[in-house]
Write a protein that binds this ligand. Structure first.
Ligand code: B1M
Length: 214
């Protein structure tokens, strides 16, 4: 790995947004946006994800690292949009109807973006129709749903049913998560996968795309 990519990954891990932005600009003099994305930002977020899963880092540190990742992404995004760099995949994500909790969903979205995925975020209280419309417009590979209330979990099933009614269910993989959600519930409602945390969500998204995690 080039020295500057390692520096980007290290500073991202430390949550130093200013340094990540500066190093990303410098790296563009010698490397392509895709090389910087994968070798610097995604590599750094992968380490953050692994240490979060292993209990070395906690939510505040992950959020600070994700902010540093965004500082680099803000510079790369317009350049990546111009080039034909294949992203890891496109994900539509939202907190389901009736549910206003978004801290975990945002964390998952940020980790997925750090994992090289393009994110369309529907925010909170996203009705089944909103997911259907977003799938029609954005044609994602994956749909991610978050629920924090036992009373809003059924909205996940309603959304899957709405996708099926619109003839879209076979076109996307559906992943779900949130504190009360389980693997058994994912199987019960016909989702393609469940992830217990943001790091696992990146691994799951990659595996649903048929890519082995780094
Ligand atoms: Co609410 N709330 N809340 N709340 N709230 C809970 C969830 C609750 C467990 C608290 C409790 O009673 N002990 C309880 C739910 C009980 C239940 O249903 N079994 C509860 C309740 C009852 C309520 C209200 C009904 C309270 C009231 O008004 N009477 C109300 C509902 C509002 C609504 O949604 N309609 C309400 C409101 C709120 C606030 C607005 C005050 C605030 C939300 C602020 C916000 O999100 N912007 C809030 C908060 C903060 C919580 C707690 C304290 C923390 C949730 C959180 O952010 N955790 C929560 C208690 C708790 O969990 N300890 C609670 C941190 C976050 C990083 O974790 O969201 O689990 P989490 O996300 C994780 C994983 O779950 C996973 O990855 C994330 C990162 O590792 N994950 C996914 C999440 N989504 C995923 C998607 C994936 C994959 C993984 O794939 C797509």
């Amino acid at each position: 790995m080039s020295a500057i990519l390692k520096q980007i990954a290290d500073r991202l891990y430390d949550g130093d947004a200013k340094a990540v932005a500066e190093l990303t600009r410098q790296a563009l003099q010698e490397l392509s946006p895709a090389e910087i994305l994968n070798g610097g930002l995604v590599a750094g977020m992968d380490r953050v994800g692994a240490d979060f899963r292993n209990g070395v880092l906690f939510v505040p540190e992950v959020l600070i690292a994700a902010r540093a990742m965004h500082a680099g992404m803000d510079i790369l995004r317009p350049l990546l949009a111009q080039s034909d760099v294949p992203l890891a995949g496109k994900v539509i994500i939202g907190t389901v109807q009736g549910d206003l909790h978004d801290i975990g969903k945002n964390l998952v979205a940020m980790m997925l973006e750090g994992g090289g995925f393009e994110i369309v975020d529907l925010g909170t209280d996203a009705a089944p129709d909103k997911f259907v419309e977003a799938v029609q417009v954005h044609q994602p590979h994956l749909v991610g749903m978050s629920a924090l209330l036992t009373t809003t979990m059924p909205a996940m099933k309603k959304t899957i049913d709405a996708l099926a009614d619109a003839g879209l269910r076979e076109k996307v993989k559906v992943m779900i998560g949130g504190a009360p959600v389980t693997q058994a519930y994912a199987e019960q409602i016909g989702a393609d996968g469940y992830a217990p945390d943001a790091a696992a969500a990146v691994e799951l998204a990659r595996s649903l795309m048929g890519v082995k995690s780094q």
